[in-house]
Design a protein around this ligand. Structure first.
Ligand code: NAP
Length: 320
């Protein structure tokens, strides 16, 4: 079938996941023929996944069922597409070496975006459990570069609905909200739908080839105190702020068994150290809101309105 000019065929690994589904929808909305490589449906498949696959088929997404171990099947799939985006879950990050091998064998892929969707892991130095977590993602970046695959690495920062659900627990009537550290460090919260749209733009953008792109729009930089105050304004409620001091978080990161020591280390990096804002974005660095000034990021203010009217469901694998 003839393809529309300016479109690419995009294959998404992890397309049924929390962030992956937004990539799939954004890819289809932008008119790209979209492919999802997903685990075969079986008795353990969640009903919500079956619904999602039905939704995908209804919008003409090509679903290829296969395991990450099926090298030949992945190579054959890659030969039908131009761009590969991985949104595989964190435990599957090392498995992306199999995707890299298959990309090398296929030899036709114009861009690979590995499963980052978090902080700029090459620029920060968090507590050891988070450091080990990031090391696995860094290895995939280095393997991509070493294989000579054209890439874009994404620093999407905090997935906003995921973190609003976690920090403000809007589904729960409790009157207390936990504040990590002193609540003043600035974080960056980007709405999942926007991350989907920007990632599809970036994946197709020649300026982003072999570059890192950070998503740091000014309207989405916020501290915990500012976020709670904004939520108080919108709900007309007052929340008791319960502080977890930095020393307690560091201690927990040292005493909890893995992998339970990872979430507290991530929270320390984002909300105590302020790692998402700890490095400067210079003139020649790529930042999404500067690359695409015509696109509107959902502001935190607008996102909290979404939570008031039609709250997004929490992710199944959130911190709690
Ligand atoms: N910055 C942030 O705030 C933030 C928050 C959360 C996640 N993240 C990052 O975003 C990325 C994606 O995370 P996510 O939470 O969206 O992941 P997720 O929802 O848990 O899962 C993503 C995908 O991985 C697939 N998967 C899981 N186990 C698999 C296996 N054994 N074989 C093949 N596929 C498998 C899932 O398939 P099924 O649907 O079949 O299970 C799903 O499609 C990760 O890099 C993560 O670190 C960032």
């Amino acid at each position: 079938m003839a393809r529309q000019a300016g479109t690419s065929r995009i294959l998404i690994f992890g397309g049924t996941g929390y962030i992956g589904r937004h990539l799939v929808r954004a890819s289809v909305s932008a008119g790209h023929p979209t492919y999802v490589y997903a685990r075969p449906a079986g008795p353990q498949t969640r009903p919500s996944n079956l619904d999602l696959c039905r939704e995908f088929r209804s919008i003409s997404v090509h679903i290829i069922e296969g395991e990450l171990e099926e090298h030949e099947k992945i190579v054959a799939t890659l030969k039908q597409v131009d761009i590969v985006i991985s949104a595989l879950a964190y435990p599957q990050v090392p498995d992306q070496l199999k995707i890299i091998d298959a990309i090398v064998s296929a030899g036709n892929i114009k861009r690979f975006l590995p499963s980052d969707f978090g902080c700029e892991e090459d620029k920060i130095m968090p507590l050891p459990p988070f450091q080990e977590f990031l090391e696995k993602k860094r290895k995939i970046r280095r393997a991509t570069e070493a294989a000579g695959i054209p890439f874009t690495f994404i620093a999407a920062n905090c997935l906003a609905a995921y973190f609003v659900n976690f920090l403000l627990h809007p589904h729960d009537p409790r009157d207390d909200i936990v504040v990590y550290g002193d609540g003043e460090a600035k974080a960056v919260l980007n709405y999942e739908e926007d991350i989907g749209k920007y990632t599809i733009r970036v994946a197709n953008d020649p300026r982003a080839c072999n570059r890192i792109v950070t998503y740091r729009p000014k309207s989405n930089i916020i501290s915990q105190h500012e976020l709670i105050s904004l939520w108080e304004e919108k709900t007309g409620r007052t929340f008791k702020r319960v502080y977890v001091p930095e020393e307690d978080m560091v201690k927990l990161s040292q005493t909890l068994p893995p992998p339970e020591n990872i979430p507290v280390s991530i929270l320390h990096s984002i909300f105590v150290k302020g790692d998402l804002m700890s490095y400067k974005i210079n003139e020649d660095d790529l930042e999404a809101s500067r690359l695409y000034p015509e696109m509107q990021f959902t502001t935190i203010d607008q996102l909290l309105d979404v939570f008031l009217t039609d709250p997004p469901e929490p992710a199944t694998a959130a911190f709690e």
